[in-house]
Design a protein around this ligand. Structure first.
Ligand code: 5GP
Length: 138
């Protein structure tokens, strides 16, 4: 398996080299907003320690990340009065992964509403407002 590259964008976020809109953090995990949101409230949960994805993550990394996924998913459901939550996670290029630091996407979903297409920058003021709603629900 390819080695972890500490120049990936999420490693830079963890080192504070590039900004992020934080929803939640604890000793082991960080949740922040996706800058190309496919749903209102689209956010990402990552471990603070390095691993590429599920294939090389330790059981401890997975356990702490999933605990935060559950916490934030419930907050997102409340904050957006969502009917459901989609959790997405991709492994390696063939699996759809683009940033090679383990992350889980959290999407608040509403009945009959599709996710937006990928790859379009979001409005930063809207993203900040969505993060604030989730922080208030946590
Ligand atoms: P994946 O690797 O699971 O395919 O997707 C990576 C995700 O990271 C995408 O949803 C993309 O919008 C998001 N992303 C890429 N660059 C940045 C960035 O600089 N900051 C934030 N917050 N998200 C990013």
């Amino acid at each position: 398996m390819t080695a972890y590259d500490d120049q990936n964008i999420f490693a830079k976020i963890l080192r504070g080299e590039i900004p992020n809109v934080t929803v939640y953090e604890d000793d082991d995990t960080l949740c922040f907003m996706d800058i190309m949101p496919r749903t209102d409230g689209h956010c990402l949960v990552i471990p603070k320690t390095p691993c590429r994805n599920v294939l090389d993550a330790s059981d401890a990394q997975l356990a702490s990340v999933m605990s935060t996924v559950k916490k934030v998913a419930n907050a997102a459901k409340t904050a957006f009065d969502a009917d459901g939550i989609t959790v997405q996670q991709f492994n390696e290029t063939a699996g759809g992964q683009e940033v090679f630091h383990l992350h889980f996407h959290i999407h608040p979903r509403h009945d009959g509403v599709s996710m937006r297409p990928p790859g379009k920058m979001g409005d930063m003021e809207a993203i900040k407002a969505h993060a604030e709603k989730m922080r208030a629900a946590l």
